[in-house]
Design a protein around this ligand. Structure first.
Ligand code: GLP
Length: 242
């Protein structure tokens, strides 16, 4: 595990974007595992800048997003598909056919999960998986549980996660109850995992995930077993790791 704590969020964003851009420059057809949430927004901004300055092209990159809300389609402003379009995809040259995000509006969600895993198997392993961390230790939408699914599946969001994400919706009723998420096995198969944490509210869970017991009660703790885990934290989130 390689942990770096940054004194500013901007430095963290630049370092994360450099890791991703550096990989794509070295391997133009890299498979990127991408995340949503507020944490990666600044990283995607730096990647757009690198693209605009002709430092990197995403023309041959293939992308797989971790998760998507059940019931929210591309046109819903809170769907992860919409998020990715707004923060990255529509600004860079990644071909639409190279972009993969679970379809939360699929009529047959179980089949959609199998389809996603087939695509992952064909393209994978993911070269670099970008990850945020939920306040309860979730990665993607793999919530704390007695057991964790290895592969892409439909999951019920727990109250803490729905509350945390309610800030993006008008009312609590609009917050989706379920999501499709890549499984923990899918995530751990990535060659490199880059876990990013920002803000004082992530300090406790980040410390627990990285230094506490490996347990399904904290899905991010399974990352301790990954042979190539890079942790990027700002000073607030990394406070307890010093
Ligand atoms: C969301 C996503 C995760 C994300 C996490 C933290 O619900 N499913 O992929 O890492 O919660 O989000 P944030 O970065 O906004 O704190």
């Amino acid at each position: 595990m390689n942990v770096t704590i940054f004194s500013s969020e901007h430095e963290l964003n630049e370092a994360a974007a450099q890791l991703i851009a550096g990989l794509v420059i070295a391997k133009p057809d890299a498979v990127l595992g991408l995340a949503t949430g507020s944490t990666p927004i600044g990283i995607y901004r730096e990647l757009r800048r690198a693209y605009e300055r002709n430092i990197v092209s995403f023309r041959r990159v293939r992308t797989f997003n971790l998760d998507e809300y059940v019931g929210l389609g591309e046109n819903h402003p809170q769907s992860y598909r919409h998020y990715m379009n707004e923060h990255l995809f529509r600004h860079v040259d990644v071909p639409p056919e190279n972009i993969h995000i679970p379809d939360g509006t699929a009529a047959d969600l179980a089949e959609e999960c199998r389809r996603y895993d087939r695509l992952l198997d064909q393209a994978g392993p993911i070269d670099l998986q970008l990850l945020g961390i939920g306040h309860n230790g979730h990665i993607g939408f793999n919530e704390p549980n007695g057991e964790l699914a290895s592969r892409t599946h439909v999951t019920e969001l727990n109250a803490q996660t729905r509350n945390a994400n309610a800030r993006f919706f008008q009312t609590m009723d609009e917050v989706p109850t379920h999501a499709i998420t890549m499984g923990v096995g899918d995530i751990l198969k990535a060659k490199t995992v880059v876990l990013v944490a920002k803000g004082a509210d992530k300090a406790d869970i980040l410390c627990r995930a990285l230094t506490g017991p490996i347990t399904t009660d904290c899905p991010a703790s399974l990352l301790q077993t990954h042979p190539h885990l890079i942790v990027l934290a700002d000073a607030e989130a990394g406070r307890l790791l010093r």
